[in-house]
Design a protein around this ligand. Sequence first.
Ligand code: PMT
Length: 218
Amino acid sequence: FQSRSLDGLRVVITAGPTREALDPVRYISNHSSGKMGFSIAAAAAEAGAITTVIAGPVHLSTPDSVHRIDVTSASEMCAATLSLIDDCDIFIATAAVADYRPVSSAEQKIKKTTDTLNITLIKNVDIVSTVAARDDSPFTVGFAAETQDVERYARDKMQRKKLDMIIANDVANSDIGFNSNDNAVTIFSKCGDSEAIAQTSKQQLGRLLIAKIATKVH
Ligand code: PMT
C-alpha cells in the first residue's frame, strides 16, 4: 500500500538513454534501460501524482496512469521537458542524457574510406540545470551516476546544478545501476542530510524515493 502522498501534484520524470546520431544508421548512446525512471514514474502515479515520463529509446511498457512522451536525442528530451515545466511541481532527472553530440550528423551513411576517422562532439544542454535555474523552478531532483568518490562528486553536482536533491548510484558495480533490476543509492538533500538505501529492486526503490521526495515537498 502506498499512501497518496503526491495527490494532484504534477511530476515529470526523464528516463532511459538518449541517442546522438552520427549518420542515418549510427549513433552514440549508453546502457541505460529506463527501468529506474519508469519505476519512479509508476510509484509517483501510485502516490496520486499526475505523472509524465519523457522516455529515451527503451523497451519498457508504460506504467498504469502514466503519460508518456517518447524522444530520441538529448535536444528532443530537453524540448519535451521545457514544454511541460511551467505546470510541473516536481522534476526528476533519471535519464542518462548524452553529455555531447556530434557537431553534425552526416546526411548519408559514412563510408569506410580512411584508416582513422575523427568525430567532433559538442556539449548538449544540461536539462536538469536548465530546469533548476528557472525563477519558478519545481522541486528538482537529479541523479549522479559515478564510478568513484560517489559522495564527493554527488554533492558537487547537487551544488553546481542547484538541485534540491541528488540520488547517487555507483555504476561501477554491474549488479546495480545501468540495466540491472536492482539498485542501491544514497540520497543527498540540499539541507545537508543524507540517507543510504541498501540494494533493493528498482520497483521498491522507486516507492522509497517518492516517499522521501513527498516529505520534502510538503
Ligand atoms: O535506466 P537504468 O538502466 O535503470 O539505469 C538507471 C541509471 C543508472 C541510468 C540512473 O539510476 C542514473 O544514475 N541516471 C543518471 C545518469 C547520468 O547521466 O548521470 P550524470 O551523473 O551523468 O548526470 C547528472 C544528472 O544530470 C542526471 O540527473 C542527468 O539526468 C542530468 N543531465 C545530464 C546531462 C544533460 N545534458 N542533461 C541532464 O539533465
